[in-house]
Design a protein around this ligand. Structure first.
Ligand SMILES: [Mg+2]
Length: 385
């Protein structure tokens, strides 16, 4: 009998029969690069977006499998598929042989081995969470502390001419979405024309949020935002350059449309900076910027303590990493917005199980772990790196 068991009070031992501590060590780490074709060219103020990522499969000694995904986007995190594979191989050595429940320790060790590289770290960490959930026989959001089971996601209209964007917005509303996210960040005149065309096309009831992806200067941001007030825009993401903290603060101060920090906030330290400077009203959390579920939970905790609300956003990922993000939304009271729609732009959906979206409403899987798998036939087409 162990020391802990010897001191367990009678009333507790009668109710809780803890399983004896067992180690579940990682016996295999595989990285699968993938490329998915998009239905259309998706363009934002930072350039074109392509779905080239990495699936991660971890295997325990007992043969249990955990899945993760990296969705790198170089203009924001400096990562691409090739760098995810190169650093991923190094990080695999950190994960190999470790007990999956030492997750926070493994995350710290990955940071010690390689700075930055948040997307591939998120992929490995997400796969560990998947295993933790499967071993505990609980969905990941139960391990994190469940707050909600379902939530609304928006769907994005990418940069194009105003009439084409209005048509796309109408299509999104026909599909049942209640919130349209509009990419802007070019000339204020063109951006205002875009939002006007969309508001006219979809009416007053559908919510509109916008994302400038750093495309404006302090002056053009305010010019655009003041003109956009009449179109009932719920908030604007990242109006100015990610490093322009003072500009972000000034725009937030003078704009009646609330401002959300996205590219300015990657990890928890950035969230502290954002709070300290009063630089934005809201924060957009992404697993691919923060480095995983744990750090995304930390950002949300900072925001909540500062009485701020957050969105959970996405890069170009499939429903695999989006499902991991959905578990964070499910666990965080202050995450009241979601932008988990990137899979809708891919020609195929290679993920089975996972979060489901109907009429814009996301339901989080209630099966153990993340509740996702990569479709078997699609996996056969991939070569491990
Ligand atoms: Mg954004």
């Amino acid at each position: 009998m162990g020391l802990a068991a010897a001191y367990t009070p009678g009333w507790l031992s009668a109710q809780v029969k803890a399983e004896p501590t067992r180690e579940h060590r990682i016996a295999g780490v595989e990285l699968f690069p993938y490329a998915l074709e998009s239905k259309q060219v998706t363009r934002i103020a930072l350039g074109k977006v392509a779905a080239e990522g990495v699936f991660v499969r971890l295997r325990t000694g007992e043969g249990l499998v955990g899945w993760g995904e990296a969705s790198p986007y170089a203009p924001i995190t400096g990562e691409m598929q090739a760098s995810c594979l190169a650093i991923g191989k190094r990080l695999a050595q950190v994960v190999q042989g470790r007990d999956v429940f030492d997750l926070a320790r493994i995350v710290a060790d990955m940071d010690a081995v390689a700075a930055a590289n948040p997307s591939i770290k998120a992929a490995l960490e997400m796969a560990l969470w998947d295993l933790c959930g499967k071993l505990a026989r609980q969905p990941v959001c139960y391990l994190l502390g469940r707050y909600r089971d379902s939530f609304e996601t928006d769907r994005t209209v990418y940069l194009d001419e105003p009439p084409a964007m209005a048509d796309k917005a109408k299509e999104i509303v026909r599909e049942g979405y209640k919130v349209v996210k509009v990419k802007v960040g070019q000339s204020p005149e063109l951006d205002v024309a875009r939002v006007r065309a969309i508001r006219t096309a979809i009416g007053e009831k559908v919510r509109i949020r916008i994302d400038a992806n750093q495309g404006w200067t302090r002056d053009t941001a305010l010019k655009a935002l003041w003109s956009l007030e009449e179109f009932d825009v719920e908030f604007c993401e990242q109006p100015v350059a990610s490093s322009d903290w003072e500009g972000l603060r000034q725009v937030s101060e003078h704009s009646r449309i609330p401002i959300m920090a996205d590219e300015s906030v990657h990890g928890p330290s950035d969230a502290i900076e954002c709070v300290r400077r009063g630089a934005a009203n809201l924060i957009n959390i992404k697993l691919m910027k923060s480095g995983g579920i744990l750090k995304s939970m930390h950002i949300a905790a900072i925001a909540e303590a500062a009485h701020m609300q957050c969105m959970l956003g996405s890069m170009v990922e499939t429903r695999l990493a989006l499902t991991a993000a959905a578990h964070v939304v499910a666990a965080q009271k202050c995450v009241v917005y979601a932008d988990l729609d990137t899979f809708t732009e891919h020609k195929i959906d290679p993920v089975v199980g996972g979060m489901q979206v109907k009429d814009g409403l996301v339901t989080v899987p209630q099966t153990p772990g993340l509740g996702v798998d990569v479709e078997a036939d699609f996996l056969k087409t991939l070569k491990p790196a």
